[in-house]
Ligand binder design. Structure first.
Ligand SMILES: NC(=O)c1ccc[n+]([C@@H]2O[C@H](COP(=O)([O-])OP(=O)(O)OC[C@H]3O[C@@H](n4cnc5c(N)ncnc54)[C@H](O)[C@@H]3O)[C@@H](O)[C@H]2O)c1
Length: 254
């Protein structure tokens, strides 16, 4: 992919979809700095980028912790001297909290707060500290990961859906406020993507999704990787403030 060579992209979060993005960025000669609460996950992402021909470094990050977000950005600058892009992809995947994330009558308040802290405040914090460096580098691209849960009829997953909808607003605010300084900001909304953690949902859920979507299969990390890498590249220079569903047609909006 053109328009990525030697660009430095900070990943806030690693995992299956991040690995798909790292694959394309590596093939395109980019450098990545990956922070994740699970260092093994961040290191695996670096292995992917290096095997594909790029470069990168991993570090530990709790995206909900402001000091750790500042440290991630400082680490990227100290390693590579600039930041050209940011990919926000972390999400609270704690199984207990996922199970407690129900509806407005039954939800556990601690679960609600933790999802707000990671999935929403965390994305704001990375944007806050990375954006000045992106501007200093002459502009660049931010990609936020949301979810079809924002649009779908889902009686549960209240706080997850609310945080992802909030990231949509963060995306449009960032695009509006910093566009003239060369910062593009878009959100990508995956449908069911079979990452390692997603495979735990396979079987019944896959069958259900396949009945609902026009595409003949569910998504792969590579499907997400191709599109996110495109948004991070200069090839997407005139795309900003958008929320795009990459979901096999599960959600169709004008
Ligand atoms: N896989 C899907 O079907 C799907 C569908 C819709 C949306 N999404 C979104 O895509 C993104 C990636 O999903 P995935 O399937 O690759 O998930 P994944 O579980 O493979 O990766 C999520 C990563 O977030 C990290 N993380 C959790 N809490 C963190 C914290 N406090 N600080 C830093 N990192 C933290 C985890 O350690 C993990 O590596 C998420 O934002 C998710 O909400 C995924």
């Amino acid at each position: 992919m053109e328009g990525l060579k030697d660009k430095v992209i900070v990943f806030a979060g690693a995992g299956g979809i991040a690995d798909g993005v790292a694959q394309y960025l590596g093939q395109s000669g980019a450098k990545i700095v990956v922070g994740d609460i699970n260092i093994a996950s961040a290191e695996r992402c670096i292995e992917v980028v290096k095997n594909a021909g790029g470069d990168g470094v991993a570090t530990t990050l709790d995206i909900a912790n402001e000091e750790q977000v500042k440290a991630l950005v400082a680490f990227a600058i100290s390693e590579f001297g600039q930041i050209n892009g940011l990919f926000n992809v972390a999400a609270n995947i704690d199984p207990t909290e996922v199970a407690q994330d129900t509806n407005s009558v039954d939800i556990d308040l601690a679960c609600w707060q933790r999802n707000i802290d990671i999935n929403l405040t965390g994305y704001m914090l990375t944007t806050k500290y990375a954006t000045p460096h992106i501007i200093a580098a002459g502009g660049g691209s931010i990609v936020n990961t949301i979810s079809d849960a924002v649009y779908a009829n889902m009686p549960d997953k209240l706080s997850y859906s609310v945080t992802k909808a909030g990231v949509g607003a963060l995306t449009r605010n960032t695009a509006s406020r910093f566009g003239k300084q060369g910062v593009r900001c878009n959100a990508v909304s995956p449908g069911l993507v079979l990452t390692e953690s997603g495979k735990q949902n396979s079987g019944h859920l896959v069958d259900m999704v396949l009945q609902m979507i026009p595409a003949p299969r569910v998504g792969t990390p590579e499907d997400m990787g191709a599109f996110v890498a495109f948004l991070l590249s200069d090839m997407a220079a005139w795309i900003t403030g958008q929320t795009v569903c990459v979901d096999g047609g599960a959600i169709m909006r004008t």
